[in-house]
Design a protein around this ligand. Structure first.
Ligand code: ADP
Ligand code: MG
Length: 394
């Protein structure tokens, strides 16, 4: 268990918090403020407990230089509206300079200061200790609440924790609770569902999950690399040629471990990669040479649904088909619906899978949708995340 803001005395303290304010913007206007809203409970808790608060975040990729289009000024404005209080913003190209230090030191309990985009400084993404120390010098406690960058060892996500007592905010707490519980102490049956385009991207996840799950359901583009490994015809389907022998190894490992690893039994095929392509369903072992697999078929959807409904824990990463094209979204939709109907704990990690579930309007029927695509993937790979390791244990 990791320490959270509940486990530390905040009264009269200066708290520096890493948030994820990496919001989509168009011409300086925030087009979706979900991430800012999501950060409010932690911010309010800290302020209500008598601390003053210095917030930091990255926005986009300014690549170590101040670029006005990546300024956090619009975030300061929006945050101030949402909190219904002033949010001080000192637009320093160095993020921390004497003006910022003065503003931070003069901050009173209940007041909020937002720093400029931490990625204006080249040292940030190199986890430069000099920059980390500068950030740390502004506060007395570090709160980590940006899960989406917690797999990166940067000055504002990991380095700063070397100099200050470090606890998590509520967003990171929830991510760690769900992912850690699910992966390391799952209620069984534990079912993993993996899809997406390439096996290569997910080898480490499959490897790690094979040690933990009872059943692994495979869909999406990666299924064809497994079929290839079994010597089957895959037509013009996406193939991760470099991973065929790895896929064969994984099938063998599953068998040795007694993990049921299911591949699609039928496939929605197309004559080309297009929404208006000619569309036909084939059993997995009758795939024509000139067609490509775009989605899992109706028999597979039923089979996977039954497995999911029986599960006590389900972790899903990667769409079952080319869900961006509505005609090939049915498999992904069926899995999302089964997750929604499952009585056990259901967890989604992965940017595209999360987007798909929201697109189907099923987001609020899932126990936990991770907000960090890359970070949740690394968690599922069994890796230690530098921005999480830095949080003190309870
Ligand atoms: P996530 O972001 O959830 O981790 P990935 O990025 O690994 O998922 O994979 C998502 C992509 O996989 C989507 O763009 C989807 O179109 C693609 N995909 C799924 N099935 C297929 C398929 N059969 N052929 C080609 N691409 C596919
Ligand atoms: Mg993706």
């Amino acid at each position: 268990m990791k320490k959270t803001v509940r486990d530390i005395d905040l009264a009269g303290k200066k708290v520096i918090e890493r948030c994820d304010f990496n919001v989509p913007m168009k011409n300086g206007v925030i087009t979706d403020d979900t991430r800012i809203r999501a950060s409010l409970p932690t911010i309010r808790y800290i302020l209500e407990h008598g601390a003053s608060l210095i917030l930091m975040s990255h926005l986009g990729r300014p690549k170590g230089e101040p670029k006005p289009e990546f300024s956090l000024a619009p975030v300061a404005k929006r945050l101030s509206e949402l909190l219904a209080q002033e949010v001080l913003f000192v637009p320093s190209p160095e993020v921390v300079d004497s003006k910022v230090e003065k503003a931070a030191s003069e901050l009173k309990p209940g007041q909020v200061l937002l720093l400029e985009n931490v990625r204006y400084v080249a040292g940030e993404t190199k986890n430069d200790p000099v920059f980390a120390k500068k950030l740390a010098s502004l506060g007395e406690i570090f709160v980590q609440d940006a899960f989406g960058t917690s797999h990166r060892a940067h000055s504002s996500t990991a380095g700063i924790g070397e100099y200050l007592p470090t606890v998590s905010g509520f967003l990171v707490e929830k991510e760690v609770q769900f992912l850690d519980e699910a992966v390391n102490h799952p209620k069984r049956p534990f079912v993993g569902i993996l899809g997406g385009a390439k096996v290569g991207d997910k080898i480490d996840v499959i490897e790690n999950l094979l040690d933990k799950v009872d059943t692994l359901l495979i869909g999406g583009g990666m299924a064809y690399t497994f079929f290839k490994a079994q010597g089957k015809e895959i037509g013009t389907s996406i193939l991760d040629a470099d991973s065929v022998s790895l896929a064969a190894g994984l099938l063998k490992k599953a068998e040795e471990k007694g993990v049921k690893m299911l591949l699609p039994v039928d496939i929605v095929t197309a004559d080309r990669f297009a929404e208006d392509a000619d569309c036909e369903i084939y059993p997995w072992d009758k795939m024509p040479k000139d067609r490509m697999g775009m989605d899992i078929g109706p028999e597979t959807r039923k089979l996977y649904r039954d497995v999911i409904l029986e599960a006590e824990t389900v972790v899903w990463n990667g769409p079952m088909g080319v869900f961006e094209m509505p005609r090939f979204a049915e498999g992904t939709k069926a899995v999302a619906q089964a997750m929604a109907d499952c009585k056990g704990t259901t967890i989604i990690g992965g940017g595209d899978s999360a987007a798909a579930v929201h697109q189907f309007g099923l987001g609020d029927k899932i126990s936990h949708i991770s907000t960090g695509g890359g970070a949740s993937l690394e968690f599922l790979e069994g890796k230690e995340l530098p921005g999480i390791s830095v949080i003190e244990d309870l």
